[in-house]
Design a protein around this ligand. Structure first.
Ligand code: ADP
Ligand code: MG
Length: 340
C-alpha cells in the first residue's frame, strides 16, 4: 500500500508564481526519481499552502510512470509511532529494513521530528541507505532547513543536499484558478463576480479558500437559495473573522519599544546597553512566537541581524524568563499588550 491519494494529482495542482519552482522540481523528480540532483527534494511552506498535495502528486506521477517502483507516503508522525512500536516489540531491525527497500520515500511534515532524537537517528540511517542506493527521498516541512529547531545537525545537513523549494502564498490570479478548477471538478456553476470576490478576500491559504467555497455551496443548496454575492459576502465575512489576525513585526517592535519607553530606532541600534539589548531580544522572541516569519526575515527586520542572532535571542528570553522574576514580568506584560 503506497498510501497515495490519487485526487492529489499534478493536474489538480494549479500552477502560479507562488509554487512554480516547487511544482517544476516535483515534475523533474517524478520524471527521474533518484536520478536528479533534487535528492532529497524538500518542500516547505506555511499551513494550507499545498505541501501534502504536491508530495502526493509526485508519488502518484511516479507510480504512473514506473509501476514497478515501490513508493511510500507517510507522515513523520506516523513514522515516529511505527518506530516507537518497533522498539517496544523488539523488531527495530525489521522496521529499518522495511524502509531501506523502498524506491521512493515521501515523509510529510518532518518538523514533527523536532526533539525526537531516537526517530531522527533511525531516519538518518534509512536516509543514508536510500540516498547511497540512488533512491528518491521527498520531504515536506513547515520551515526551511535553516529555521528548523531541535533537529540534529547531521540530519539538517542531509536535508540541504538536494533542493529546498518553498510554497508561498498564492496571488490573486492563482487563487481564482484554484477556485475555478475546484468548481469545475464539482460540477458547480458560479458567476465570475462571486468567484473573484471570494478569491480577493480570502488570502490566508488554499485550505481556507476551498473551505469558504465549500461552505458557500453548502449554504446555497441547504437553503435552496441561489448563490448570490450577498450570500458570498456573509460567508467570507465569517471566514475572515474566524482567522486570527497575525500581528506584524513592526507592530511588535512598536509595542516593545513603547513598553520600555524608547523609540524603535533605539531598539534596532547596534548598542550593547543591557536594557536595549533585552528589548531587542524580546521583540525577536515575540516575532518568532507570533508571526510566521523565518528567523532570517525577523533578523533583517529587527535591526538587520542574522538568523543566528534571532535564535540566540529566543533562547536567552526562554532562559531569563525562567530564572529572572523581573524579566518574566516583562514577558508577561508585553504578551498581554500584544494579545488582540
Ligand atoms: P499543507 O500540507 O501545506 O498544509 P495541503 O496540501 O493539505 O496543504 O493543501 C490544502 C488544500 O489546498 C488541499 O485541499 C489542496 O488540494 C489544496 N491546494 C493547495 N495548493 C493547491 C494548488 N496549487 N492547486 C490546487 N489545490 C491546491
Ligand atoms: Mg500537510
Amino acid at each position: 500500500e503506497s498510501q497515495l491519494n490519487p485526487n492529489y494529482s499534478f493536474e489538480n495542482f494549479l500552477e502560479g508564481d507562488s509554487n512554480r519552482l516547487a511544482r517544476s522540481a516535483g515534475l523533474a523528480v517524478a520524471a527521474k526519481p533518484g536520478g536528479t540532483s533534487f535528492n532529497p527534494l524538500l518542500i516547505f511552506g506555511g499551513v494550507g499552502l499545498g505541501k501534502t498535495h504536491l508530495a502526493h502528486a509526485i508519488g502518484v506521477d511516479i507510480k504512473d510512470k514506473y509501476p514497478e517502483k515501490t513508493v511510500l507516503y507517510i507522515s513523520a508522525e506516523k513514522f515516529t509511532q511505527q518506530y516507537i512500536d518497533s522498539v517496544k516489540k523488539n523488531n527495530r531491525n525489521d522496521f529499518i529494513h522495511f524502509y531501506q527497500i523502498i524506491d521512493v520515500l515521501i515523509i510529510d511534515d518532518v518538523q514533527f521530528l523536532s526533539g525526537k532524537s531516537g526517530t531522527q537517528d533511525v531516519f538518518f540511517h534509512i536516509f543514508n541507505h536510500l540516498h547511497q542506493n540512488g533512491k528518491q527521498v521527498i520531504l515536506t516541512s513547515d520551515k526551511a532547513p535553516v529555521d528548523m529547531q531541535d533537529i540534529e545537525q547531521r540530519l539538517l545537513s542531509r536535508f540541504k543536499w538536494g533542493l529546498s523549494a518553498e510554497l508561498q502564498h498564492p496571488d490573486f490570479e492563482t487563487r481564482v484558478s484554484i477556485l475555478k478548477n475546484k468548481l469545475y471538478r464539482d460540477g458547480v456553476e458560479m458567476p465570475d463576480e462571486i468567484v473573484d470576490y471570494v478569491a480577493k478576500n480570502i488570502k490566508t491559504n488554499v485550505r481556507e479558500l476551498e473551505g469558504a467555497i465549500i461552505s458557500l455551496i453548502a449554504q446555497s443548496s441547504f437553503n435552496r437559495k441561489e448563490i448570490t454575492l450577498d450570500l458570498a459576502k456573509q460567508i467570507v465575512e465569517k471566514f475572515v473573522k474566524n482567522t486570527k489576525r497575525e500581528v506584524s513585526i513592526d507592530y511588535i517592535q512598536k509595542v516593545v519599544s513603547d513598553y520600555f519607553q524608547m523609540d524603535v530606532d533605539t531598539l534596532q541600534s547596534k548598542t550593547r546597553k543591557r536594557h536595549i539589548v533585552q528589548a531587542r531580544q524580546l521583540a525577536m522572541f515575540f516575532a518568532k512566537k507570533m508571526t510566521k516569519a523565518s528567523l532570517a526575515s525577523i533578523g533583517s527586520q529587527i535591526g538587520k541581524r542574522d538568523h543566528a542572532t534571532v535564535l540566540h535571542a529566543c533562547k536567552t528570553v526562554d532562559n531569563l524568563s525562567s530564572t529572572d522574576k523581573q524579566f518574566r514580568k516583562y514577558v508577561e506584560d508585553i504578551a498581554k499588550k500584544l494579545s488582540v
